[in-house]
Design a protein around this ligand. Sequence first.
Ligand SMILES: *Cc1c(COP(=O)(O)O)cnc(C)c1O
Length: 459
Amino acid sequence: MSTLYNQLPAIDRLLREPALQALSAQYGASFLTQILRAMQQQARDTIRQQQQLPHWHSNWAQEAASRLAQRSRSALRPVFNLTGTVLHTNLGRARLAEQAIEAVSQTARHAVTLEYALDEAERGHRDRALADLLCELTGAEDACIVNNNAAAVLLMLSALAPGKEVIVSRGELVEIGGAFRMPDVMRQAGCLLHEVGATNRTHLKDYRSAVNEQTALLMKVHTSNYQIQGFTKAVDEAELVTLGDELGLPVITDLGSGSLIDLSRYGLPAEPMPQQLIASGVSLVSFSGDKLLGGPQAGIIVGKKDLIARLQQHPLKRALRVDKLTLAALEATLRLYRQPEQLHESLPTLRLLTRTQESLQQQAERLLPPLQARWGDVYHLAIAPCFSQIGSGSLPVDRLPGYAITFAPKDGRGSSLEALAQRWRKLSIPVIGRLQEGRLWLDLRCLEDESLFLRTLTS
Ligand SMILES: *Cc1c(COP(=O)(O)O)cnc(C)c1O
């Protein structure tokens, strides 16, 4: 056994080998040494436990190179999202428009006028420039931007109703996913949730009779990830605003996704628009930056000037504020909405959502032959119609007709399908599909770079 230990190379000697010198130049001597020490320790453990040398003993340089490459890979790797969910939260939701990407890199590279007004040479407001743009797009008086929509809801409640009651319909006590449940957020914000109505039906008189001297807000929550159907009744924002005006109470709305354009123009299911709610008199509306808006993760609150001022002055705003990169991406994204005719091309989210079933079928027909040539021995490939979804809790009931290429093992064993999915997750650009009905589905809706995809999957 001691002879095995004697065969382990000394680190000094290894570092003099040309192959390792090249690695040292690429990755740095200290990182390489750290890797070599770990390999040496592992080799000793292998000798002690198995009385043999590790399998990579014949080529330390090659093993070190592969460990260095693996350890140097980013934790945020680009993937092909062929899951069929366009705004996939686990895959980073909206892909940014080119203009937003450009704005992020400019802003990252230079000092910028983040809180600095060039004309008055005094400290400006961080959200100011975007607030003006948001007011232009939504008709609101002012705006406030925070880290995400969950933060927006927390800030609205914390700033406007601490220790007070907030009236919400029992049909709208939403859980978004993660730990975001409306009753929990209320508690966190120090508010008392006052539930009214029933799960399926809430009337204006329910709100009216719940109001008391402790009431601070009337709140609507968009039931973005579920629908209540059948014998139902909900009070819309306009009706609630009439009651709020009568009783001197602001109405606030958590819209979830929200869309700044009418999606039905594109044949997509309509989603409520912030500007409609502002027009109907709602005091504050909050929505996400990275859902249907198609921008970076952010929470946007638009509405009445005096209420926005209270949000801006609250200590939580400092904790929830966004950085210059987010503001840059959001500003560039919002600017695209000034040219709504171009949006279906300029905004990746809308571009993907509006792809027609016909164009997806044509894409499937183009891709099938080369994929067949590479994988057809072991798998049965087919073109199949499918339904994609918008994702991120938007419009879950409405689904988008598209096309997929499906893979089924010829020997009929499900395990090899799992193995295939796993193998594709290990590619230079991982390909993420979905397993369903004994097949692996590659939903083509989000596939734009066909040649890169084919190179990745057929090499
Ligand atoms: C998605 C959603 C949220 C959370 O928004 P994030 O931007 O993910 O924090 C809150 N409320 C509703 C109704 C939502 O749909």
